[in-house]
Each structure stands twice: as structure tokens, then as C-alpha cells.
Design a protein around this ligand. Structure first.
Ligand code: ASP
Length: 593
């Protein structure tokens, strides 16, 4: 192994360009692969910027050529050589440097690499466990390098845009008190205060509001947040938010600023011009038409309430449901009359997974309705239903009858499944939609109390304030979520800036006076000392980058993500700690049976 000595790198491998032809340059990087062609040895040298071909010719520089025999994949080398045009017919058009090569005069092997557990290429068949264990190798793959470059560029765009708009980047503490965002806290024991714990922030919500009380007017932060949830689907225990807050604003101001920010992010990092203002749906419209509060509006298959028509059938499931005040909704799966029994069972299975008791289906065939429930419908009711659902021969109508929430979720999920299965979702389209006018509270059947749909600091709508005691469930919030291609990528609200209203909301949430004082006393105090009207929003950075990069998972746009079991395969965190450390903290580990 050799040292750098006086050698200095003059270019990145991926930067070697035609205007360097004839110059002597110094490159450093990793060996992608080596090919022996009789006398000539070719090496693809890789760094962050790309690949370039090196040529070792025994007739030109025998020392370097001798050394080239020793190099293996992922050895770290430095070379000095002359840039030349590749002989005609040997160019590689898929490579940026594909018309060039560097004829090596001197070689230094700076470090060797042990045989690799997998090859460093965009497409790899290595399992994710092994990739996460050797994350430093995984991260050498160009695709992950590109993702992290994209992430950096997006963050630079965010910082520039928000600074131009007068926002200040201010850090808030990571060792703090619990902020309720609906998840479990990560706790950190305090050695200096035995028996006391910090919570890692689920978001900087309280601190950013306090910064508004403090008069900073506009705040932002690209910030780590921590939520101790069971890692369903594509979640991470620590993730990054672009968090912002503004004073003296209403919803329109925050939404406009957020649109400008997203537009800059997409323009700066991807050259894509977003059309603003984005579409808007109220919460009721979103769940009514698409079943979910994060609607993917890139395709149709919308839901319709057919309760009135269904009431004319003698199908007991429908009439029982309607009698109980539930609803019957339907969606027309266009062209799906050909679905097999197995495919229909799959839809019923999805309905069950999301709380539905079943899914009735009707195939529209040449001879009319074909369905186990057809006999319960008169010809006239069938006709009205066909008309309402715009059903034609070849269609499949799917029905769900249950509580409104259940029906929406079931059909909403079935809709998303069908959109993917039928391949009717346009790709390469970035479709943004705001969802507004959320309910302030929802009733939690398990806890038998109201909980916040967003968080307890969200302001009720002024015109709904009078119903806050008599009909809390019908009070709407000054909240807004931003949805991109069916994924929630951000959300925020105008906050409560009146201490009395905040106390009232705590009371409705079942947070007693003492409890509120203990948990959020500092906020309640602050609200009493001249708080401006304020509001903000937070975006999920990881999710946005994943969508931009076309990645399946947010793990592909984070440098060091954790597994579904919240562990880091590389560092083996979390891990047991010394007894001494536990003693200092006054902690004892009780093993669960
Ligand atoms: N703190 C909120 C969240 O993390 C965002 C906001 O209301 O600004 O979802």
C-alpha cells in the first residue's frame, strides 16, 4: 500500500471531458472492474461523479502495468495519466466519459479491499439485510449516491427559498418534553435528574410556536423527528421534516408559501415546473369521492353514495345497514367484468383487511347483471343503479355497506389497489392536492374520548367555535394536508393563539387542568404574553425525495436507515449497555417473560 505523498487529485473521474484531451491529470477512486486484454489492462475507475476508463499499456509504462495486475474490485487507487480519445468503434455511449480514456503513466495502490459481499452496481440481487449491514458498500452504488445528491440539492433549494422569503433557520432542542403528534415518545433518562426523562421530539411544534411568541416572525428548520411506532409499511423511527412557522398569517398565506417552496424544490432539483396553485379538496370531498384523506387524483374510479337507490332493493345486508343509519357506496371498476373468482376474492380480502364485512359485486354482462345479489334487485332498481354508476357492458360494480368511515376506507383502499392492478395511474406525473377543512376531533372508540385529528394546537374554524361544546365532532379545523400522488407529504394548520381556546381544547381532549399545566404549562404561559396569530406546516422530506427519485422506499433516500424492527444492521443499535451506565442512570432492566 502506498501513501498519497505529494499527489493531489486534479479532477473527479466523472468530470473527465473532451477539453482535457492531451493533458496529464491525477485521478483517485475505487476500481469498478479490471479487464485483461492480452497486453492491455483496462480499469474502470469510479468516484462520486462517475466512471472513467483507464488503460495500462505494458509498452508505455511497464511499472504501472505491473501494478495493474495487482488491482482488484474496490481497491482504492490513484493514477496520473494522459486523457485521450478512445479508438473509433470502442466508445461507450452509455457513459458520460465514454468517448475518452486515460492512458496511465503512474499508479499508486492506496488501499486494498477484501472480497465484497455484493457487487457495487445499480441493480443488485443482494437482500436488503446484507445491504444495510454493509451500508458503506451499498452507498457506493451510483443509484444511492444520486439519491443523496438529490436530497442535498433539494435541501439547498429549501434553505435558499425560505431565506429569500425572510425565514430564519433556528434549531430547537432534541432533548425535550413530549409533544403530542399521536405517536409514542422515545425517552432518554436524565442522569443529573434521577427518575426524570427527556422525550425526543415527535416534532418541534411547541418550540416553533414559542419562536413566534418570541417575535421571530418566520422560522424554518430541516429537522430530525422521532416517533416510536410499530414500523408499518414505509416508516422510520427517526425521519426528517422541513418544518416552518409564520406569524400574522392565515391559511392562504401558509399554503401559498408552501406551494412556492415545493415549486422551487421541483424546479431546482429536477427541472420540473409545477403548476400552482394546486388543486384543493375539502376533507369531506376527499373521503366522499376517493375514500381516503390522501386521495390519489391521478385516476378516476370515484366512489358514489348509492344509499337512496340501494334502499329500493330487498338485499338484507343493504337494508339492515341503512336502517342503522349506515351507508351504501359503490365504485365502478371499469372493464373488470372479466375478473375471475380469485380476483374477486382478492378484493373481498382487501375489504376485510380494512374493517369491511364484505364486498358485494355485480358484473355487467351481455345479459345484464350477473351477481349473487342480482335476485334482490328489480329491473328498475338495476337500471337506476347502472345509470348512477355509468355502468356499461364489461364493468364491475363493487358495493360496500357499513358505517360511513368504514365504507370510505374499504372502497378507498380497493380503489388504490385497482388503480395499480389495472395500470391506469399515469407515471411521471406529479399530482398535488391540498386537503382542507379537516374535523378538529375524532372519537377514539378504544380510549372513549375525543382525540385531535392533527394535534391539540390546531385552531378550530371561527364559524364553528359556537359548536365546540355542543357538537365537538362537527367542528372543523384550520388545517391543511398536502398530498402528492396519494401520499401525504406534509400538513399543518393555523394555531390556537388564544390561551382560553387552548385550555378549552385541552379540556375537550380530556387533558385536565393539572395535566395541561404539567405537560404544556410553558405554552399556556407563553400564550398569555402577547402571542401573534400564527400558523405553519411541516413536510416529510424523506417521502418527498423518495417520490422525486422514483424509489420504492424512503430507506433508499436516507444514508443510514433502520429496519422494520427499528434496528441499525450496521452499528447493531439498539444494544445492551454496561451495568455501570445503568447504575449511573438509576435504571434496572426487567426482562419481559
Ligand atoms: N407539527 C406538525 C407535524 O409534525 C406539523 C405542523 O402542524 O406544522 O405533523
Amino acid at each position: 500500500m502506498e501513501t498519497l505523498g505529494t499527489w493531489k487529485r486534479s479532477f473527479f473521474c466523472g468530470e473527465v471531458s473532451e477539453d482535457l484531451i492531451g493533458s496529464v491529470i491525477t485521478l483517485m477512486g475505487w476500481v469498478q472492474r479490471r479487464r485483461d486484454h492480452g497486453g492491455l489492462i483496462f480499469v474502470d475507475l469510479r468516484d462520486r461523479a462517475g466512471l472513467v476508463q483507464l488503460v495500462f499499456n505494458p509498452k508505455e509504462q511497464s511499472d504501472a502495468h505491473q501494478g495493474a495486475h495487482l488491482i482488484r474490485s474496490e481497491h482504492v487507487i490513484a493514477v496520473k495519466g494522459v486523457v485521450e480519445r478512445r479508438p473509433a468503434g470502442t466508445e461507450n455511449p452509455s457513459l458520460k466519459t465514454g468517448s475518452l480514456e486515460v492512458r496511465v503513466r503512474q499508479l499508486k495502490i492506496l488501499n486494498e479491499a477484501a472480497p465484497l459481499p455484493f457487487t457495487i452496481e445499480d441493480t443488485t440481487d443482494a437482500g436488503e439485510d446484507i445491504r444495510l449491514r454493509y451500508r458503506y458498500l451499498d452507498l457506493r452504488r451510483p443509484i444511492l449516491q444520486r439519491n443523496l445528491v438529490l436530497r442535498h440539492n433539494v435541501c439547498m433549494g429549501v434553505r435558499n427559498y425560505l431565506s429569500e422569503k425572510g425565514f430564519l433557520e433556528i434549531e430547537t432542542p432534541a432533548l425535550t418534553k413530549s409533544t403530542p403528534e399521536g405517536a409514542r415518545d422515545f425517552l432518554v433518562p436524565s442522569r443529573l435528574n434521577p427518575g426524570s426523562f427527556y422525550a425526543l421530539p415527535q416534532s418541534p411544534q411547541l418550540f416553533k410556536q414559542i419562536l413566534m411568541v418570541a417575535g421571530f416572525d418566520r422560522y424554518f428548520q430541516i429537522v430530525k423527528c422521532f416517533r416510536d411506532e410499530d414500523l408499518r409499511a414505509d416508516r422510520q423511527p427517526e425521519f426528517t421534516q422541513i418544518d416552518m412557522e409564520m406569524s400574522f398569517v392565515d391559511r392562504e398565506d401558509v399554503m401559498e408559501c408552501a406551494e412556492g417552496l415545493l415549486a422551487r424544490m421541483f424546479k431546482g432539483a429536477m427541472g420540473i415546473e409545477l403548476k400552482t396553485p394546486f388543486k384543493r379538496l375539502t376533507y369531506d370531498e376527499a373521503v366522499g369521492r376517493f375514500g381516503l384523506d390522501k386521495p390519489d387524483i391521478r385516476f378516476g374510479l370515484e366512489l358514489k353514495d348509492v344509499s337512496a337507490i340501494a334502499a329500493g332493493s330487498s338485499f338484507k345486508v343493504f337494508s339492515d345497514a341503512l336502517q342503522k343509519g349506515a351507508v351504501v357506496k359503490a365504485l365502478n371498476a371499469k372493464g373488470c367484468e372479466k375478473f375471475t373468482r380469485k380476483e374477486l376474492d382478492e378484493l373481498v380480502e382487501i375489504a376485510g383487511r380494512f374493517g369491511g364485512k364484505g364486498l358485494a359485486w355485480v358484473k355487467i354482462t351481455d345479459t345484464g347483471w350477473q351477481s349473487p345479489v342480482a335476485k334482490f334487485f328489480s329491473e328498475e332498481v338495476k337500471k337506476r343503479m347502472d345509470g348512477e354508476m355509468c355502468a356499461e357492458r364489461g364493468d364491475l360494480i363493487l358495493f360496500s355497506a357499513d358505517k360511513k368511515e368504514t365504507v370510505n376506507t374499504v372502497l378507498g383502499r380497493v380503489r388504490v389497489f385497482l388503480g395499480k392492478k389495472l395500470d391506469i395511474i399515469p407515471k411521471e406525473v406529479f399530482s398535488f392536492v391540498w386537503v382542507t377543512d379537516f374535523p378538529l376531533f375524532e372519537y377514539d372508540e378504544n380510549e372513549k374520548r375525543y382525540v385531535s385529528v392533527h394535534h391539540p394546537f390546531t385552531s378550530p374554524m371561527d364559524e364553528d367555535m359556537e359548536k365546540i361544546d355542543s357538537a365537538p365532532q362537527s367542528v372543523r379545523a384550520k388545517a391543511y394536508d398536502i398530498v402528492l400522488n396519494g401520499e401525504e407529504i406534509g400538513g399543518g394548520s393555523i394555531r390556537i393563539h388564544d390561551q382560553k381556546v387552548q385550555s378549552k381544547v385541552f379540556e375537550l381532549l380530556g387533558i385536565g387542568k393539572e395535566d395541561a399545566a404539567e405537560k404544556f404549562g410553558f405554552l399556556l404561559d407563553a400564550l398569555s404574553f402577547g402571542t401573534p396569530p400564527h400558523g405553519g406546516i411541516a413536510f416529510g422530506l424523506d417521502r418527498i425525495i423518495a417520490i422525486m427519485a422514483g424509489s420504492e422506499s424512503i430507506r433508499d433516500v436516507m444514508a443510514f436507515p433502520k429496519t422494520q424492527k427499528a434496528s441499525c444492521m450496521m452499528s447493531q443499535a439498539p444494544s445492551e449497555v454496561d451495568k455501570k451506565q445503568l447504575d449511573e442512570l438509576g435504571l434496572r432492566v426487567v426482562k419481559k417473560e
